[in-house]
Design a protein around this ligand. Structure first.
Ligand code: BES
Ligand code: ZN
Ligand code: ZN
Length: 498
């Protein structure tokens, strides 16, 4: 979908559909929409009345213009109450409007900026994100594809002086949504395609296109580095593990360093502690953290932020086999910590243990962030619409939470209660990789904290949010690309903070 800016009053906007916003609890149409209504001789307000359009979020009504306006249809999308309006309302409204336009067969959609209360840049970014995320589909394996697609979205604004800000917002929105959709594609691809080797290949393409540094450690390299926890998980699979390290280096020296680690289990069968059939059904999504890291790293050259960013993925499958790791095995992580395998299905934290220890030791970043589909417990706690956030550094977590809010991704703090470290005690090793059922997201977080060491660290448990079994306002069922826009927003703020 091409995005463009057109300086023109709404009554002169063309296209197959012209999208405008309608607020709840307002008697009168906003002035530009009222102008459209006058041109249509009151037809728009009449249809809104008979269709009982009340401006509820994402509610839609539309009319044909029958030649009275250059646009062939005017579509009004609900924005809810004016005083509750934020960027997320705009994203969702535009997503709904673009989907409906597509279903109507529209190729060119014009839209007003929708809101005056947000800055033109923020508004335009939200608009672009809503359109691109909302129109996302994954049909590359289907014979029957949706032939209908919106090819162009034109943002119409009468004022030329907002042009630069709007174009800037559109570009950012395109970048952010493009990144999220890149992650969605990787998650939606099945595990027979997306192997650790495939992730390494994708990393190589990203490195080549964006001139990033790439180091891929093979099994033997990881052995030399002492990554026993990661390799213990990998030993059950026929697929060779790939430890991926991408680096974005900005121009200039002495920049702050940030490392982002993503859980990259390309399929989680549970290992010898095998999952149930239903528990395994969506476990191709267990590399969603890795997908987010790749998507973020891929976007950095275009953003040109003055930050050194490291993307790290310990990619492997978790499979049961004659060579698989057993419950009761003891492994040694890169930082020297020994771990008793209480359950082979708690494999994510084992791979992350070495990835975090590697990041802390080899990169020495000022900030360390991980994204992981880590625990079923976080789904029990927060459901499928909210990720869990845990940390060793509160100011860092506060900044990530603020970025999530701005990006419209729900994330909520969970406490890493020190006394719960007891629950990870082992009789034979420094740590057990599992605790009791209660507080499962927290003990997983406490386990990870040991390997981040003294580096300020924040952990996002995206087990509930990375993959949706239902269509959502900003995308169809399947991979969601969660975390991508939050971290990109966070990085942009970080670049500004200095
Ligand atoms: N990948 C799973 C977590 C998961 C569960 C992600 C549901 C998405 C949806 C993880 O590796 C896992 O199996 N965790 C276990 C840990 C347990 C054995 C301590 C869990 O949460 O059940
Ligand atoms: Zn598991
Ligand atoms: Zn897993």
């Amino acid at each position: 979908m091409k995005l463009s800016f057109v300086a023109r009053p709404l009554v002169e906007a063309d296209g197959d559909v012209l999208v405008v916003g309608g607020y709840a609890e307002e008697k009168r149409l906003s002035p530009p929409v009222a102008a459209l209504d006058r041109a249509l001789k009151g037809l728009l307000s009449e249809v809104l009345r008979t269709e009982k359009f009340v401006g509820k979020p994402e509610q839609i009504a539309y009319v044909h213009t029958a030649g009275r306006l250059p646009a062939r249809r005017v579509l009004v999308v609900g924005l809810g109450r004016r005083k509750e309006l934020d960027a997320e309302r705009v994203r969702r409204a535009v997503a709904a409007a673009v989907r409906r336009s597509r279903d109507l067969g529209a190729k060119v959609v014009s839209t007003a900026l929708l809101v005056d209360d947000l800055s033109p840049k923020v508004s335009a970014q939200a608009l672009a994100e809503g359109a691109l995320l909302g129109a996302y589909t994954f049909d590359r394996y289907k014979r029957e594809k949706n032939e209908k697609a919106v090819e162009e979205l034109r943002v119409v604004d009468p004022q030329r002086r907002q042009e630069a800000a709007i174009k800037n917002g559109l570009r950012l929105g395109e970048l952010f949504a493009g990144a999220a959709c890149f992650a969605r594609d990787l998650v939606n691809e099945p595990a027979n395609r997306v192997t650790p080797t495939h992730l390494a290949k994708v990393a190589a393409e990203i490195a080549k296109d964006g001139r990033l540094r790439l180091k891929v450690y093979e099994r033997a390299d990881c052995q030399k580095l002492g990554m026993g926890a990661y390799l213990g998980v990998a030993q059950g699979s026929q697929e060779p593990p790939k430890f991926i390290h991408l680096t974005y280096t900005p121009r200039g020296r002495g920049r702050r360093k940030i490392a982002i680690v993503g859980k990259g289990i390309t399929f989680d069968s549970g290992g010898l502690d095998l999952k149930t059939a239903d528990g395994m059904r969506t476990m191709k999504d267990d590399m969603s953290g890795a997908a987010a890291v790749l998507a973020i790293m891929r976007s950095l050259p275009a953003l040109a932020l003055p930050l050194e960013v490291h993307g790290i993925i310990a990619a492997t499958e978790n499979m049961p086999s004659g060579t698989a790791q057993r419950p009761g095995d003891i492994v040694r992580a890169m930082n020297g910590t020994t771990i008793e395998i209480g359950n082979t299905d708690a494999e994510g934290r084992l791979t992350l243990a070495d990835a975090l220890a590697y990041a802390a030791k080899e990169v020495e970043p000022q900030e360390l962030i991980d994204l992981a589909t880590l625990t079923a417990a976080v789904v029990v706690a927060l459901g499928n619409l909210c990720s869990g956030v845990m940390w060793s550094d509160k100011p860092l977590a506060d900044r990530v939470l603020a970025a999530a809010e701005a990006a419209g991704e729900r994330m909520w703090p969970l406490p890493l209660i020190d006394e719960y470290k007891e629950l990870l005690k082992s009789d034979v090793a420094d740590l057990n990789n599992v605790g009791p059922r209660g507080g499962g997201a927290l003990t997983a977080g406490i386990f990870l904290r040991e390997f981040a060491g003294s580096t300020p660290w924040v952990h996002l448990d995206i087990a509930g949010t990375a993959f949706s079994e239902k269509d959502l306002p900003l995308g169809p069922k399947g991979g969601t690309g969660v975390g991508v826009r939050t971290i990109l927003t966070y990085l942009m703020e970080e670049a500004r903070r200095r």
